[in-house]
Design a binder for this molecule. Sequence first.
Ligand code: NAP
Length: 479
Amino acid sequence: MGPTVAIIGAGFAGLCMAIRLREAGIRSFTVFERGPGVGGTWRDNTYPGAGCDVPSHLYSFSFERYSSWTRRYPGQPEILAYLEMCADRYGVRPYVRLNTEVTAAVYDESLGRWRVRTSAGEELFDVVVSAVGQLSRPRLPDIPGMDDFRGASFHSARWDHSADLTGRRVAVIGSGSSAAQLIPPVAEAAAHLDVFQRTPNWVLPKPDGVFGPAARTALHRVPFLQRGYREWFYRYTEGVLYPALSGGWSAGPVRQRALAHLRARVPDPELRAKLTPDHPVGCRRIVIDSGFYPALTRPDVDVVTEPIVRVAPGGVETTGGLREADVIVYATGFDATGFLSPVEVVGRGGRRLAEEWRDGAEAYLGIAVPRFPNLFLLYGPNTNLGHTSIIFMIECQVRYVMGCLPYLVERGPMEVDPAAMDAWRRRLAEAMGPMVWQAGCTSWYKDAAGRIATNWPGPTTLYRRLTRAPRPSAFRFAR
Ligand code: NAP
């Protein structure tokens, strides 16, 4: 019998944690999932064209090198199917409690355990692992008149499949990665599409394609080919894309590639000017999509850059006048910098996590928070990436948490030492120095105070090294 563990969320991170616990012979865990199925963001985002811009073979667990990917870049249905397959294959489904939202986790000092409150009641656990993700809470904008709109309107991550777009006038608000993916199929269906763009993003083409029978067979049958293919992409992202974000050699070439893509795909100089960003490449999340620009050049698509004034019953009103619409899609992103704080988390001495994070969320290695014993975060503050697969980071964090379990079993509840937290804070600030995210641009990487709260500034190889095993000297133990 190991410690009892509550995992919040059954997306990539929650499932990875569950799989590793079960492999270690620990059965005393529960995965609480507020939704009706596993898959997290890949269950929620069902908009047309949804997919990932990290290659399939890299966007998967290292221990489950799925060899049957049909495309170079996976679509949402295939990623969801992969996660469901993992849940079954590793026998973790019986541990997942669906439709059960965690509303609070309160540390009971007298017991040294967590009282986890859900929509179904309260239970005690030794350990709480948050796997709530960074992109799980859709953010609707605060535009006057949104409730007065006559037609259907919904967020990209809550796609209303009953809304028929065929032959309708559609408005898409936003021009980030989600918008870029859904605009081509929406433009295809709609009679007219208005894209409301506030800030242009840098766009790189996505060299997608289906694997032909020969490639599929080779990647399926020859394990070293599959490993090599995955490894090649990993090295490319670390060796070419990472330097572009950290003031390295590839910033210029990546910018040139994005400009060449814009020139090649958008012949109209007026539209091209609208789509040309004025921030350095990588400051905001680069959009990787080949269909976005061609869709914007269609005669039945307009890119509207006049600021939105309000939503009227019949459309979207800008400073340039009313743009009529039957359907509005809000591709307006997520509340990324709140992390776990919407759940009421109360640590030692009655400290509230939301209060601790008043000036911005932070955690030692992105995983542990002082005064919150036996609470571990996956994909927590400063662990997001702008250049490679987040699954890599999640696996590092899960391995780290697994490494903590023997300590807390032997020495009682563990919490990170404030001195270790201070050292981490300094290290992070220093590493952040050369990163392009800090340049003058707005982005979801920044919290309300303008601090980069979501992203890890180093190469992922360094993060792997730092999280290889917990250092007991960084923690305080109850015994
Ligand atoms: P996002 O990148 O945050 O984009 C939100 C968009 O909505 C921006 O264009 C933003 O404009 C606009 N917006 C927000 N509030 C607005 C308002 N009040 N008025 C007008 N425009 C407004 O969100 P996202 O596209 O959902 O993507 C989020 C992240 O998810 C991505 O960066 C990526 O990491 C991930 N993702 C990845 C993929 C992929 O793998 N290809 C696909 C989808 C999502 P401003 O820029 O001016 O704020």
